[in-house]
Design a protein around this ligand. Structure first.
Ligand SMILES: [Zn+2]
Length: 236
């Protein structure tokens, strides 16, 4: 599996927030401002699947731009969106807000919406995706284990330490884990916690992501993996 790190940072930095493309055809999260990079650096016509971990703006805000290009420029484009419950309703509100209401007519015929549920498995050929409800404030937020039949790759999305983080690491070969914080809080894992996890799950290659400048600085002091925008991680 090829995982391209479109962005690796959090909102409070100048760089792009965390987003990934898997094997050219699956996009995970669409942070605010990410469309500029996605449009210019990647072939969006190849995207068949969109996974949204939760509805915070640094994971979801550019979705109207993606849909706009899909239905304006590409012929008969179909898209499956796997997201927390209520995604379609939120998109309809955004389309009105941003004066692209014409897109609404495509949502019924060209977009398949699948609601995420804790521990449910979704088959999006060739992928098998297992969803895990994470702990991120009081949001309906999800992480995943994504398998292509050969490897299993974990994504925590935004989360504090919880049972789902352990489940994801227990069953993944490589995992992209929230490392936004330095001090413990109710939103994100700390670099120290990710470092402890990397010792507990030493066979898993862990990439801390969703970084702040502070957590990035902290990360420099550890032996944990570094990430950068546009990085391609080949997993086999
Ligand atoms: Zn969030």
């Amino acid at each position: 599996m090829k995982v391209t790190i479109v962005g690796n940072m959090c909102t409070w930095t100048k760089e792009l927030s965390t987003s990934y493309i898997l094997n050219d055809d699956m996009l995970i999260d669409l942070p605010q401002g990410s469309f500029k990079t996605l449009y210019n650096d990647y072939d969006l016509n190849k995207i068949d699947y969109l996974l949204i971990t939760h509805f915070h703006s640094d994971h979801f805000a550019d979705i109207h731009l993606l849909l706009d290009i899909f239905f304006k420029r590409f012929d008969n484009k179909k898209l499956t969106i796997l997201a927390p419950k209520g995604c379609k309703e939120r998109i309809v509100q955004m389309l009105k807000l941003f004066e692209v209401g014409y897109i609404e007519k495509y949502l019924d015929d060209s977009v398949t919406f699948l609601d995420l549920t804790d521990r449910a498995t979704y088959k999006l050929d060739p992928y098998k995706i297992k969803a895990f409800k994470m702990q991120h404030k009081s949001l309906d937020a999800y992480g995943f284990i994504i398998s292509d039949g050969k490897v299993k790759v974990g994504f925590s999305g935004d989360s504090i330490m919880c049972n789902s983080v352990h489940k994801i690491l227990k069953h993944s070969q490589v995992a992209f884990i929230d490392g936004a914080s330095v001090e413990p809080n109710n939103s994100h894992l700390t670099v120290k916690e990710v470092e402890d996890l990397s010792k507990e799950y030493s066979e898993v290659k862990i990439y801390p992501v969703h970084l702040s400048y502070k957590s990035q600085e902290e990360l420099e002091k550890t032996g944990l993996e570094k990430t950068y925008p546009g990085q391609v991680v080949e997993i086999d």
